[in-house]
Ligand binder design. Structure first.
Ligand code: CP
Ligand code: NVA
Length: 327
């Protein structure tokens, strides 16, 4: 078997990989997950160095990439906003060239998509987008792995995303739908629908004949027959000033046991990229008691797969790093 076509490649949006390449990452992730469960770890990245840059906070992305890199034999080094001072102390392109000379790969979490694009252009080593304002491809790889584990084939699988339909996770799920043939329904109030031209683009670029991307404010239309209901925070990082208005817009779409039942399927699962507001158990939730995108009954219930999904961040991060660095 020759080197993977992914060797040397960056993942800035899921558009960067073909459907076959996305499947290759998912299959490698499933294999490394099995190996890890048996305590077998192949040091595919022995002697390599990985940089993790966070201009926004993170729990899952950070722990996933750190542990995945370490289990693969690489050394991960973390940089926060104040360590680097992008565009303040030094330009993005100069920092990218420094990192590209010393690291074998870079995970980048930032704000505008154009920054990670510029970083990758100048770094010359694989760069993985660990979330920006527009996309979250490393999250959606884990979501796809979780869906495969529960339902097998993804072609034609009905999945409903509920919440802010314009955000980084919703748009990345729509790209994934186009690549792998999901029947994605985005359930959101009209004010939070993706822009019409963006939606047209997403539909036009779809590569799978089974792909469908529906955007609707009707729970009935969005939920009938759905295999998974997928939630995200109502207010993404960087939009905190819109919290009050967002709560008013989205409160009727809180995921409840009734909503789960309304799919008409007993095997519907609940997914959430996390962090989630599902009860008054954090300082932010106590300060904003009416932010609650999902009831505890669902979040903690038998249909929830949110912590499998979270664990899958690590397995998919490992597969992604191994394939893009070592091939
Ligand atoms: N889902 C996700 O990306 O989580 P973090 O923001 O904690 O990394
Ligand atoms: N849409 C969320 C995802 C968090 C993982 C955000 O950008 O904050």
């Amino acid at each position: 078997m020759g080197a993977s076509t992914l060797k040397g490649r960056s993942l800035l949006t899921l558009r960067d990989f073909t459907p076959g390449e996305i499947t290759e990452v998912l299959e490698r992730a499933a294999t490394t997950k099995e190996l890890a469960a048996r305590g077998e770890r192949e040091p595919v990245l022995a002697g390599r160095n990985i940089a993790l840059i966070f201009l926004k906070p993170s729990c899952r992305t950070r722990v996933s990439f750190v542990v995945a890199a370490t289990q693969s034999g690489a050394h991960p080094e973390i940089f926060g906003r104040e360590d680097i001072r992008f565009g303040i102390k030094e330009s993005v392109r100069d920092i990218a060239r420094v990192f590209g000379r010393v690291f074998d790969g870079v995970m980048f979490r930032g704000f505008e998509h154009s920054t990670v694009v510029e970083f990758a252009q100048y770094a010359g080593v694989p760069v993985w987008n660990g979330l920006c304002d527009s996309y979250h491809p490393t999250q959606v790889l884990a979501d796809l792995l979780t869906l495969r584990e529960n339902f097998g084939d993804l072609e034609g699988l009905p999945v409903t995303y509920v919440g802010d339909g314009r955000n980084n996770v919703a748009i990345t799920l729509a790209i994934a739908a186009g690549k792998l043939g999901l029947d994605l329904r985005i359930l959101a109030p009209e004010s939070l629908w993706p822009a019409a031209e963006r939606l047209a683009e997403l539909r036009t670029e779809a590569e799978s004949p089974r792909a469908a991307i529906t955007v609707t404010a009707s729970p009935k239309e969005a939920l009938a027959g759905s295999a998974a209901i997928y939630g995200d925070v109502w207010v993404s990082m960087g939009e905190e000033d819109q919290t009050r208005q967002r709560v008013e817009t989205l409160r009727h779409l809180k995921v409840t046991t009734d909503m789960m039942a309304s799919t008409g399927r007993a095997d519907t699962i609940y997914l959430h990229c996390l962090p989630a507001f599902h009860g008054p158990d954090t300082e932010t939730a106590i300060a904003h008691p009416d932010i609650c995108e999902v009831d505890d009954d669902v979040f903690e219930g038998r249909q929830s797969r949110v912590f499998d999904q979270s664990e899958n961040r690590m397995h998919t991060a490992k597969a992604l790093m191994e394939l893009t660095i070592a091939g």
